[in-house]
Design a protein around this ligand. Structure first.
Ligand code: G6P
Length: 612
């Protein structure tokens, strides 16, 4: 949520900043801006809209080798030119970009107004710019010390980068609860929200910890300190990101590319963890704490958005296969309801970005209360990955489309491996069933290919229902969370109102909505309760609803009842969500494209939600 990129080195900063902002746009895209550090009166450019709108107004003759850039997802103040970052201080010297929320900004603002400061914007961020100027001037501090002093007065979350016209050889970065990474190049330094925008210049990164501040100097020297003046110890991490992973690779949208990557990404999530020939599953992060997880009283899964849907499937998996009691929590609710947690609980947090603020807070709470914490994360080096006791990366590669697709299936793959490994260890899964799962898991990438081969058919179905105003998604058992995920995908990117429901619950409300205009997408690949789902489809048809059913190739009844069917290869029921979700991703994608929606950057959404 909000993307930051900054540069100090020998090269002109602007081309690096604008390229970085394009790569960060998935974090927010309602306005953007840059400051190019020169002593001219006009060195900050801000524009409502996407990064390309900003690019059109920047003075490209400005070759300053120092600059900061920002792409915004509005929290305080509507998206417009004035509220766009960077924000400058009263005398125009300090310029800063910020990701996060300053909770005590009203109090600070009133105090600054009393001192004579005038505010131009409605943002919380502008307060910090003036406050830094005030600290610098009233206490006669340099920029580095002034930022420290200002941040000691601030309550809230921030990743920020600051420049001062009076100190053109330095940029200052700081973080608390929002991510900021220092990229170390040859005589040049970068600061950014994540490594993606700077991966083409360096593979050496330092992830700043909470309440740390970095002084990046011209020439490539840097100094990291803690706000409380204790010694900061940070390791340089080498992160290799393939640049082509950040490109669309010939696909019209990142989302479509990411849907099509799934045969590979699912295989990557299993690599080294499943051996079909020798017949074993072994998940590294789980092995590190296997006794604690094996003997846990409860597994608590906490997540947001699509990751929360994965968590719902995890509950089915771990209870069914490993017979461990599970609870699934919205991270945002969990932390505020004084939950009962103890050291026999294991908290498993799921997060593609590894930065979601509510998920991070849930993790901190469970840690404080003594639970073992386990992270299932995509972004390497992210906050959740670093803060959990143990965990497993899902290895899906960068996911750029705001609507999550490949991260969902890779999270699921890792959870399936974990549940099956644990079930076998606990003896709740026989050797024979264990081997069946290993075989079935290893066949999944090819089965996903077979579903992707039906793209034209799914596109046709999309064309038939693209004008709907509402849609209902139904599923039972393992496929109920898939119905939720299908509905979320549709509403996120096509703005059609959609609801996911357990199929049997339809009779307790949603059935009242069904008429000849209502598409009802039924995920009906179940072995158990097959006849029940057949009855649910009959009930929809009796009310003239349009049924689109995702069925198994071996289906016997539903293909005769439904208006449209999408067949997927048979697999073991516990693994079926990994296949049944793929047609729903494609269906939403095509509907959104046909409705002219911005698929990769849907309105009001952001990929990484770093505010609560
Ligand atoms: C945002 C994204 C979703 C994502 C959710 C949780 O809402 O738009 O795609 O599922 O955050 O993000 P996380 O990175 O924690 O999985």
């Amino acid at each position: 949520m909000c993307g930051i990129v900054a540069y100090i080195g020998e090269k002109p900063a602007y081309p690096i900043l604008i390229d970085g902002l394009f790569k960060l746009e998935y974090r927010g895209y309602d306005s953007a801006g840059v400051t190019l550090l020169t002593n001219t009166s006009k060195n900050t450019f801000r524009k409502k809209g996407k990064v390309k709108e900003l690019d059109a107004i920047v003075d490209k003759t400005n070759l300053s080798p120092v600059g900061i850039g920002h792409t915004r997802w509005a929290t305080h103040g509507e998206p417009n030119d004035i509220n766009a970052h960077p924000h400058t201080s009263q005398d125009g010297s300090i310029s800063l970009v910020h990701n996060g929320i300053i909770e005590n900004y009203q109090v600070l603002k009133e105090a600054l107004i009393d001192t004579g400061y005038e505010f131009m914007s409605d943002t919380d961020t502008e307060v910090i710019a003036h406050l830094i100027q005030e600290m610098r001037d009233s206490l006669e501090l340099d920029l580095h010390e002034a930022v420290k002093e200002a941040l000691r007065k601030v309550v809230g979350a921030y990743a920020l980068v600051v420049t001062d016209k009076n100190d053109p050889d330095t940029i200052i970065g700081a973080r608390k609860s929002s991510p900021l990474v220092l990229g170390i190049g040859d005589g040049e330094l970068f600061l950014a929200s994540d490594p993606n925008p700077i991966a083409q210049y360096t593979d050496q990164f330092i992830f700043l910890e909470d309440e740390q501040i970095v002084k990046a100097n011209f020439g490539g020297e840097y100094e990291i300190s803690n706000l409380d003046n204790t010694e900061a110890v940070n390791e340089i991490q080498k992160i290799d990101l393939k640049i082509e992973e950040l490109e669309k690779d010939g696909y019209p949208h990142f989302m479509l590319k990411e849907i099509y990557q799934q045969p590979n990404t699912v295989a990557d999530s299993m690599r080294g963890r499943l051996n079909k020939v020798e017949g074993w599953i072994s998940v590294g992060g789980l092995n590190q704490e296997i006794e604690k997880v094996h003997n846990a009283d409860r597994l608590i899964f906490a997540a947001c958005g699509t990751s929360w849907h994965t968590a719902l499937i995890a509950e089915y998996l771990f209870e069914d296969i490993a017979r461990i009691p599970c609870e699934v929590e919205y991270a945002s609710e969990f932390r505020y309801r004084n939950p009962i947690i103890n050291d026999k609980d294991v908290l498993i947090v799921l997060s593609q970005s590894g930065e979601t603020a509510d998920t991070l807070a849930a993790l901190e709470l469970a840690k404080e209360k003594g639970a073992l914490t386990y992270g299932i994360v995509n972004v390497v080096g992210s906050s959740i990955a670093r803060m959990t006791h143990t965990g497993s990366y899902i290895h899906a590669g960068p996911e750029i489309g705001v609507a999550s697709t490949k991260a969902f299936t890779s999270q699921l793959t890792v959870l399936m491996l974990m549940a099956i490994q644990l079930g076998h260890k606990k003896g709740t899964l026989s050797d024979e069933k264990y081997q069946s799962y290993i075989k079935a898991l290893s066949e999944l990438p090819n089965k996903i290919e077979k579903i992707l081969d039906q793209n034209d058919k799914i596109k046709y179905i999309a064309s038939e229902i693209k004008s709907a105003s509402n849609a209902l998604y139904l599923g039972r058992g393992y496929n109920f969370p898939v119905a939720l995920e299908g509905a979320l995908k549709l509403k996120e990117i096509s703005y059609i109102h959609a609801e996911g429901y357990p199929a049997a619950e339809m009779k307790h409300g949603p059935i009242a909505l069904i008429d000849m205009y209502m598409p009802v997408i039924v995920v009906a690949t179940n072995e158990s309760a097959y006849d029940k789902i057949v009855s649910n489809i009959e009930e929809v048809k009796a009310r003239k609803g349009i049924v689109i059913a995702v069925i198994n190739e071996s289906d016997t009844k539903i293909h005769k009842l439904a208006d449209y069917v999408i067949e997927i290869p048979d697999t073991m029921e516990a693994l079926s969500p990994l296949l049944s979700v793929i047609p729903l991703q494609l269906l939403s994608y095509h509907i959104a494209v046909m409705r002219g929606c911005d698929v990769d950057q849907p309105r009001n959404l952001a990929k990484s939600v770093t505010v609560e």
